[in-house]
Design a protein around this ligand. Structure first.
Ligand code: PLP
Length: 433
């Protein structure tokens, strides 16, 4: 398959954009390929610069639950843009989107809009620290909460409870305030609270982590986090930037029946435009400026064009009574099919799926945390990725990312994908020594 135009476009981009991309994973480094430049999307399909068509399971990394260029969303964006793109004043569109969110996510009483998931999580921990007057946070290895300094921390070695920076530019002082623990290990959280009495402001968690590949919480784990935070006077923050309006109307909190104090949102909430939000208990949100002392702001926060895309998307998500059931059935069909195809070719793998999210790890598993996810054969994944791309299937270009299904995907798309996987694996195994 010739990717001539994409390769040329990447060379041109690299002359003016750092690394040629505006977010590192787009560079395809993890799969050893040159990134594919897209020029258009419609429904479940993408078209690249060299006129190849792909069935898209990345969906802009999650936002496009209705697929590309959904007519209702495009129409809402065009109408809003024609009325003016930004005013820097309150608009009713912000209240309308906020009302939609509050009506769907029971634990959010008040919220505030920002322009990305990173801003949402960064603001949520500042608020949690201001509210509790404590400094430390607990996060889990393999959970991604955007690129704010406080989250770019790796687990410290051995006896260290505090983390260490995992990017140059993050200071040791910042790392001292972030405790990094393994996911799915409630005893580790209990121990951290014991060894750091009255200093932990919040536990932040992706309730269904999607950023080490999709990993599911063990039964009872999220409830244990709720109990431990309550007992120790810390806030529980569910980072639902990926899972919000994706796994259920009320997100993972609704599916699991666990009520966090604060929730962060992004991706689907903006319907493909840059929107994030954080919200929760009214008493906590009252600590935000101008009502309270914790500062947070944004020139383009609540942007009217972005709000319009979010409103159009969430209205459909709210009103389509069978949407989540259909997505889950289609995703299961795909994941079960992939399991059959991989088994037929004798490839060790561990599949996860929940709602419209799924991952295939090239390890026998089980995958329950970062350590077990890292046992995956990333070389095999890279080969599989390339062979699938050649056959018109666009998956997330890393073993450690979740893939997504939209309402635009069909059973025919699933059949095409399974046929491609069968051919891709036959091709790879024929090539193997
Ligand atoms: C994508 C993501 C973020 C970061 O959102 P951006 O909009 O990329 O800043 C934060 N948390 C989770 C769980 C995410 O999946």
């Amino acid at each position: 398959m010739s990717l001539e135009r994409s390769i040329a476009a990447f060379a041109r981009a690299k002359r003016v954009i750092a690394g040629g991309v505006n977010s590192p994973v787009r560079a395809f480094k993890a799969v050893g390929l040159s990134p594919v430049f897209m020029k258009s999307g419609a429904g479940a399909t993408l078209h690249d610069l060299d006129d190849h068509e792909y069935i898209d399971y990345v969906l802009s990394w999650g936002p496009l639950i209705l697929g590309h260029a959904h007519p209702a969303v495009v129409k809402a964006i065009a109408a809003a843009a024609a009325r003016g793109t930004s005013f820097g004043t309150p608009t009713e569109a912000e209240t309308e989107l906020a009302e939609l969110v509050v009506s769907m996510v029971p634990t959010i009483e008040r919220l505030r809009f920002v322009s990305s998931g990173t801003e949402a999580t960064m603001s949520a921990i500042r608020l949690a620290r201001g509210f509790t007057r404590r400094a430390k946070i607990i996060k889990f290895a393999g959970c991604y909460h955007g690129h704010a300094d406080a989250f770019l921390i790796a687990a410290g070695s051995g006896a260290l409870t505090n983390g260490v920076p995992n990017s140059p530019g993050v200071t040791d002082a910042t790392a001292l305030d972030t405790i990094v623990l393994p996911f799915n290990d409630a005893a580790a959280v209990a121990h951290a609270f014991e060894t750091n009495p009255e200093t932990i402001a919040a536990v932040i968690v992706e309730p269904y982590p999607g950023n080490m590949g999709l990993v599911l919480p063990l039964p009872g784990y999220l409830q244990q986090l709720r109990e431990l935070t309550t007992k120790n006077g810390a806030l529980l923050i569910f980072d639902e930037v990926m899972t919000g309006f994706r796994v259920e109307r009320g997100g993972a909190a609704e599916r699991e029946g666990v009520a966090p104090d604060l929730t962060t949102l992004g991706k689907v909430i903006g319907g493909g435009l840059p929107v994030g939000a954080f919200g929760g208990r009214a008493a906590v949100m009252a600590y935000l400026s101008p009502e309270g002392p914790v500062y947070q702001a944004g020139t383009l926060s609540g942007n009217p064009v972005a709000m319009a895309a979010g409103i159009a998307t969430l209205r459909i998500v709210r009103d389509d009574a069978t949407l989540f059931d259909r997505l889950e059935v289609l995703t299961r069909l795909l994941v079960d099919g992939l399991h059959e195809v991989l088994s037929k070719h004798g490839i060790a793998h561990y599949s996860t799926n929940l709602g419209s999210m799924f991952s295939t790890f090239f390890t026998p598993g089980p995958v329950t945390d970062l350590e077990s996810a890292l046992k995956s054969d990333t070389g095999l994944f890279a080969n599989y990725y390339g062979a699938m791309l050649d056959r018109g299937i666009y998956l997330a270009p890393s073993q450690f990312e979740a893939s997504f299904v939209s309402t635009a995907h069909t059973t025919r798309n699933v059949e095409q994908t399974l046929a491609a996987a069968d051919a891709a694996l036959a091709h790879l195994l024929a090539r193997a020594p």
